[in-house]
Design a protein. Sequence first.
Length: 131
Amino acid sequence: QVGIDHMEALLIAIVSCLVGVIIGHRLSLGRDRRKEHNEVIRPIKQQLLEHLGYLSEGSAYLMLNEKDINSLYGVISKREYGKILLVFSEYKEVIEKNILYDSYGQIECSKTGYDKIIRSAENLNKILKVK
């Protein structure tokens, strides 16, 4: 009897240790994925926030481009990337419809155009989430 109780205790200790290792490994993988996600999202989100600041002042400086959004591919889930790409496409379309360039290459945009771009940029900002 005494030998069996000792074996059960040893077996329980080994199983508990293995379960702890597996759970710890899973948590560390999640933390690493979240960190990688944030490292890619933060610069894009920062640029977008600066862009929104310029838009509120009547300037279209620091617009996001496809290269910025493409940097997310492979880092975030395909589903999340698809959602971001859809909202970015709407943002890009609004910019193309509302921003014109004069003969000197200066940006021309109406107040209504800036308002539409701001709304679209705010939608993009909402979907770019830091975890």
